[in-house]
Design a protein around this ligand. Sequence first.
Ligand code: NDP
Length: 404
Amino acid sequence: NKDVLVIGAGGVASVTLHKMAMNPDMFTGRICVASRTLAKCEAIAREVKSRTGVEIETYEVDANDVDATVALIETVQPALLVNLALPYQDLDLMAACLRTGVHYLDTANYEPPNEAKFEYSHQWKLHDQFVQAGLMATLGVGFDPGVTSIFAAYVRKHHLSGIRLIDILDCNGGDHGHAFATNFNPEINIREVTADVRHWENGGWVTSPAMSTSVSFDFEAVGPKNMYLMYHEELESLVTHFPEIERARFWMTFGDAYINHVTVLQNVGMTGIEPVEYQGHKIVPLQFLKAVLPNPGDLGERTKGKTNIGDIITGPAKDGSGEKTFYIKNICDHEDCYREVGSQAVSYTTGVPAFIGAALMLNGTWSGAGVFNTEQLDPDPFMELLNQHGLPWTVTELSAPADF
Ligand code: NDP
């Protein structure tokens, strides 16, 4: 059975579904999509059909209703479920996969709707159940998390015998022309950037306030940008699976206008995730904010510029020649992505890895029973497919470790 069921019909799902349809040699079975709003599934199916001629089956499901998802899986009978809905659906979809004997892949770790903690504990707890069921769950197969961890595994496999220092640098040099908009789901994006910062240093987490540490970095193909120290979920899995890591940090670029808007919104309480009473209704400020912001899916048409995401990694060289530092990265062009699949680069750089991960699970190249993060799996076949399917990467040796 090579049939695949994608859950969610947002920006990322659209890219993944296009790529699946564009590669019938890799996706030889049926391609199905189910989401909360059937019309969004149908719109993607129409676009995919017009670009590729491939038919996608569409279904409606509330992924937080485990019984409904189980019924859907029993109807569709896929070999693999690809979760491209929101982090709030992860545990319910994993439960449905366990009940029906289907493999699982996602791009973001589970988050309880009323907390913004970004931790893997909830999903790692299911490891034994996936082992017992003989099923594979691969977590965080987007760009970051996802490719950034596979980059680390690749450098550790081919260049270094271990990782001492790792800095993940995420730069979006794109301009969409709006005063303020987020490049993916605004609720998830704003939760991330307003959360306390944590980075790993000498065996423990160091905490600092959101957006309090920044440094300018000259990104290839983009130019100098301010990047801010942030917590990001792959830090937890990387220091767990590569326990030799002394320091792990994550940096993301933001323009001054973005920072000003987030600061004001936070100061006036619009980024809150606790419901407030308004004219007899309970509303969550951040969810209301999402409703008035531009839809990230509509930014593709207007976004120009490039993304540049990669890792700077230092450790002992494999050949015993002392300590070395490598910079491994991908540069992606917003307009090229839009021409190819009708989406901007942030959705593209997430949707392509999910498509590659799904292909490797379906053909058995990535296999095993249990819950895995991407750095635990063989990076080589994935790295080869990145080069072939729109996310080419380079690895260069730097003369010294990161000096910021
Ligand atoms: P969108 O908001 O564009 O899409 C989310 C989709 O999920 C929507 O179609 C939405 O339906 C659907 N959905 C939400 N709740 C439910 C539910 N209960 N049942 C069924 N469907 C539901 O988000 P993106 O496409 O931008 O992001 C998708 C995922 O990718 C997110 O988890 C995000 O965190 C992750 N991501 C990961 C990145 C990485 O590099 N690892 C980078 C960027 C994103 P509806 O339209 O009806 O609301």
